[in-house]
Design a protein around this ligand. Structure first.
Ligand code: GLA
Length: 379
């Protein structure tokens, strides 16, 4: 219990407790920073915060995962290179204050059960959880979409990771038993119900996403280059979101082979996300699964962000009866796969994937049966 942890670290009862979930993305990978569509789910794994106001402008933050404390002043929020985990909280508080929302000094503890570096957005959960915590402790009432954007800004500008908006948005605005369809250009969104007869099963390859950040930046640049090259071919587009498959075919010769592959992934993935949201709404779960399988192929062959372990997990999953669809999820190069599995088959699915993965790689895969839960600012 987070309250008890607070008592152990700082003594006394906390004034305020907040939490934010991690996420798994059903479909729509590497589309958010191309102004495209995504269909993530907030999962029932959380980062919790508990804390108290304190006199003055000092914040003392204790990370349960690291058994370490970092202290900073709200008057001059600098980066802490020794305790890099604290930069997520520092960034959020800095931008809240610079946007004109004064915060009190605080003692706080945080921690939870979102696995780190597994592609389930533990950092977004820390940022959004920090935003929820500060909002409660300072008695602010801010728009959840603003808070999601602020959390992303902390990651982009303070932590220094050039991610898109998907993770923070769903951690803030997810809804129990629903996926969230989000247009990353104008942030319009709708919640799409998930039927009881399927389970979302996440398989963790146990491989930390070593290449993820550098290769992520390479992909981001390649997408921008593709847009620029398409511009020279007379296609006046702002981002790959504005391109369809016909455009791409016509302008294919203006792109290098690599850029064509990257663009083709983003363009086809956007179509798959819209199709999957619609199929889910119509109860056509087989179609959702097919689109997830196609998404994996596209990420593996065109976007080239999968790995041996992720491909194996997907293949093992797709062989199981009751699997509707399987794909890698998140940035790639390690981390997790997401699987849509019929409820009646979920237990045997978990058993077989564990066994076959262990046989192939000599290491266990952790399996999480996830339920879609509310975001930090759910009504
Ligand atoms: C990471 C980023 C997201 C998104 C995914 C890939 O999770 O944080 O913004 O780009 O990768 O879909």
């Amino acid at each position: 219990m987070i309250e008890q942890k607070f008592e152990e670290v700082f003594g006394g009862k906390p004034h305020f407790v907040a939490r934010a979930p991690g996420r798994v993305n059903l479909i729509g990978e590497h589309t958010d920073y191309n102004d495209g569509f995504v269909l993530p789910v907030a999962i029932d794994r959380f980062v919790w915060f508990a804390g108290c106001r304190r006199e003055g402008r000092t914040v003392r933050a204790y990370a349960l995962d690291f058994h370490a404390q970092s202290e900073f002043s709200l008057d001059q929020t600098l980066r802490d290179e020794e305790h890099a985990w604290s930069n997520y909280l520092r960034g959020v508080s800095k931008f809240l204050e610079s946007d004109g929302h004064p915060l009190p000094g605080a003692d706080l503890v945080f921690g939870g059960d979102v696995p780190r570096e597994a592609g389930l957005s533990s950092s977004a959960a820390v940022e959004v959880g920090a935003a929820a915590f500060w909002q409660g402790l300072a008695g602010l009432r801010l728009d959840p979409v603003y808070l999601a954007k602020l959390a992303r800004r902390a990651e982009n500008e303070f932590v220094g990771v050039p991610c898109g908006i998907m993770d923070q948005f769903v951690s803030a605005l997810g809804r129990q038993d629903h996926a969230l369809f989000l247009d990353c250009r104008d942030l319009s969104h709708r919640h799409v119900p998930l039927p009881d007869e399927v389970k979302i099963v996440v398989c963790n390859s146990g491989v930390k996403r070593a290449l993820a950040q550098s290769e992520y930046e390479v992909r981001l640049k390649q997408c921008r280059q593709a847009v620029a090259q398409l511009g020279t071919a007379g296609l006046a587009v702002k981002s790959l979101r504005d391109v369809d498959e016909e455009d791409l075919e016509m302008a294919a010769s203006t792109l290098t082979e690599v850029l064509l592959k990257r663009a083709r992934h983003v363009v086809t993935e956007n179509r798959r996300v819209s199709g999957a949201a619609q199929a889910l709404e119509e109860g056509d779960l087989e179609r959702v699964g097919e689109l997830m399988n196609q998404s994996h192929e596209s990420l593996r062959d065109d976007y080239e962000v999968s790995s041996l372990e992720l491909d194996a997990l997907v293949e093992i999953a797709q062989r199981q009866p009751g699997t509707l669809g399987a794909r890698m999820t998140g940035a790639g190069f390690g981390g997790c796969t997401v699987n849509l599995v019929r409820e009646s088959a979920a237990d045997s699915f978990a058993e077989v994937v564990r066994r076959d993965y262990q046989q192939a790689f000599g290491r266990p895969a952790e399996i999480y049966l996830c339920r879609a839960s509310n975001g930090a600012f759910a009504e």
